[in-house]
Design a protein around this ligand. Structure first.
Ligand SMILES: [Zn+2]
Length: 317
């Protein structure tokens, strides 16, 4: 009995001191199951964050894009702001060589520069050169890169134009630069203007062996950008025959003969047969009137006016 009593006593002692021992065994298991569940739960909570939310938030940012296009429009309206700058820059006297008095040449003679734009052309340039040669006179031809844009010259036409420029130079005439594509230069960037000018320079150098020294901006359009971009004097005119508009030889002839005076620069175009008709009469008539027909560079040299890059000149008065 003593042994039975002792056994019961130890069992009682064990149960009273370690009564929670069976629970101790469960707790780690239950704890481990809790630990496993929490990452799963966190994975689940992450999923909605990743899926819908960013897509929803992207849409409004896409809607912002159209609101950015109106902000581009103001930069487009910056274009018109370029135009007003053309007007003030076209009038500043600071860049123009204006002279109140017309200095007479030291030799007392009258000089005039006939200029022909937009060529060379097979229709009129050759005939004008014939008239100049016949009368021992000179003129200046402001040539373009392409006579009939957007079509480029064929090889045979290119050869003819090269021959015309070579003949002009052989007669003592001057080849000027009227830009590649006859665009409004103030509407172009500085680099585009340079390309327009240098393109013709390359052509003329290829044809005649020397590059051009003068630039005539198409339409007489100029601006500060043009002054900055063109590294040559800009040559305008003092007599506009409007030959391109009238296509009338008599009117072209009258426009020159009725207005010609010492130091003038005359604008014509060697694109029209009517201009060639007029030139055949203008050239000998001016000589009879006492004029010496010279190139633009010669005219300014005779008048003692130094031509400068980035400035424009209407006459050599
Ligand atoms: Zn022109």
């Amino acid at each position: 009995m003593k042994r039975v009593f002792a056994l019961l006593l130890t069992l009682i002692v064990i149960f009273t001191t370690f009564g929670c021992s069976p629970a101790i065994i469960d707790i780690p298991i239950s704890n481990s199951t809790v630990i496993i569940k929490t990452p799963e739960a966190s994975n689940v909570t992450e999923a909605p964050v990743v899926t819908v939310m960013p897509v929803v938030t992207l849409l409004p940012t896409l809607e912002i894009v159209p609101t950015q296009t109106p902000t581009i429009k103001p930069t487009a309206t910056a274009l018109p702001t370029v135009k007003p700058t053309e007007k003030p820059t076209s009038t500043p006297a600071a860049t123009e060589e204006t002279r109140t008095s017309a200095p007479t040449s030291s030799d007392g003679k009258k000089y005039i520069a006939l200029t022909f734009d937009d060529g060379p052309s097979t229709r009129a340039t050759g005939r004008i050169l014939d008239a100049l040669e016949k009368n021992h006179a000179k003129a200046t031809f402001f040539v373009v890169g392409m006579s009939d844009p957007p079509n480029k010259d064929s090889e045979s036409l290119k050869a003819k134009k090269y021959a015309l420029m070579q003949r002009a130079v052989s007669l003592g005439c001057e080849i000027g630069n009227h830009t590649m594509e006859h665009k409004h230069l103030p509407r172009l960037s500085e680099s585009e203007i340079r390309q327009q000018v240098e393109g013709v320079n390359e052509i003329v150098k290829d044809a005649t062996g020397s590059s051009t020294k003068l630039v005539r901006p198409p339409y007489g359009d100029k601006s500060q950008v043009v002054y900055d971009a063109v590294d040559y004097p800009l040559i305008l005119w003092s007599i506009d025959t409007l030959d391109w508009d009238t296509r009338n030889a008599d009117k072209t002839y009258d426009a020159v003969i009725d207005n010609a005076r010492d130091g003038d620069i005359v604008l014509m175009h060697d694109l029209y047969t009517t201009t060639a008709d007029a030139a055949e009469r203008i050239i000998p008539k001016l000589i009879r009137e006492g004029f010496t027909l010279v190139t633009v560079s010669e005219l300014f040299k005779i008048k003692g006016i130094k031509l400068e890059a980035g400035k424009y000149y209407r006459n050599a008065y």
